[in-house]
Design a binder for this molecule. Structure first.
Ligand code: PRP
Ligand code: URA
Length: 211
């Protein structure tokens, strides 16, 4: 199926690293490093439409006009906990981005997101906001994140995940058609606990070694 606002990566390096992430024998250190590397690789595509401005500089040869990133601020917003694993990989290419934090966990019975923390940069409403969360399962957490950010006035929002379930992508298109979604891989379905199948298990636990 062709999605209107979702981009699914097909790059060999991204597919290769996601296969290593999925493997249950990948240890915490390697898992964390792969998540970081994937975030850096994905950052290149995600930022391809950032506004530019023209400036004049002087090379050793002559004066010339050239282009650099425009003045619009960029905010990275990891959804805690697992989204934290993607921050430093994105900062590799966006060293001056600001970081906001949104704490959400899924209720184990209903699988609905519960918010427990929110701390955003001052100028979030005027920024390009890049929301980070490796897992996009029912789509409940990501759509809740969009509601929080739109409630703060954000208008330019991108959502980046490593593994998405089809139903989450469809939900985001229905509820937030203005949000650009980037997925490292698209999986078919969810199990009875709303985990992505085949997925990679619990991303937070695998990044932080909590189980
Ligand atoms: C995971 C993941 C997402 C959410 C995805 O977080 O990092 O935030 O589940 O599922 P959804 O699309 O069905 O909402 P979790 O609630 O396990 O919290 P954690 O990162 O603290 O482990
Ligand atoms: N959260 C995860 O960490 N993994 C899933 O498969 C679904 C939600």
């Amino acid at each position: 199926m062709q999605y209107k606002n979702a981009f699914i990566f097909e790059h060999p390096l991204i597919q290769h690293k996601i296969s290593l992430l999925r493997d249950k024998n990948t240890n915490t250190k390697d898992f964390r490093q792969l998540v970081e590397e994937l975030a850096t690789l994905m950052c290149y595509e995600i930022t391809k439409d950032l506004p530019m401005k023209e400036i004049e500089i002087e090379t050793p040869i002559c004066k010339t006009k050239t282009h650099v990133l425009g003045d619009k601020k960029i905010a990275l917003v990891p959804v805690l906990r697992a989204g934290l694993g993607m921050v430093s990989g994105m900062q590799t290419l966006l060293p001056n981005s600001r970081v906001g934090f949104l704490g959400l966990y899924r209720d184990p019975e209903t699988h609905d997101p519960v918010q427990y923390y929110c701390k955003m940069p001052e100028d979030i409403a005027e920024s390009t906001v890049i929301v980070l969360d490796p897992m996009f399962a029912t789509g409940g957490s990501a759509t809740a994140a969009m509601e929080v950010l739109k409630g703060m006035g954000c208008k330019d929002i991108k959502f980046v995940c490593i593994i998405a379930a089809k139903e989450a992508v469809e939900r985001m298109e229905r509820e937030h058609p203005d949000v650009q979604v980037f997925c490292g891989a698209l999986d078919e379905t969810l199990n009875d606990h709303a985990y992505i199948v085949p997925g990679l298990g619990d991303a937070g636990d695998r990044i932080f070694g909590t189980k």
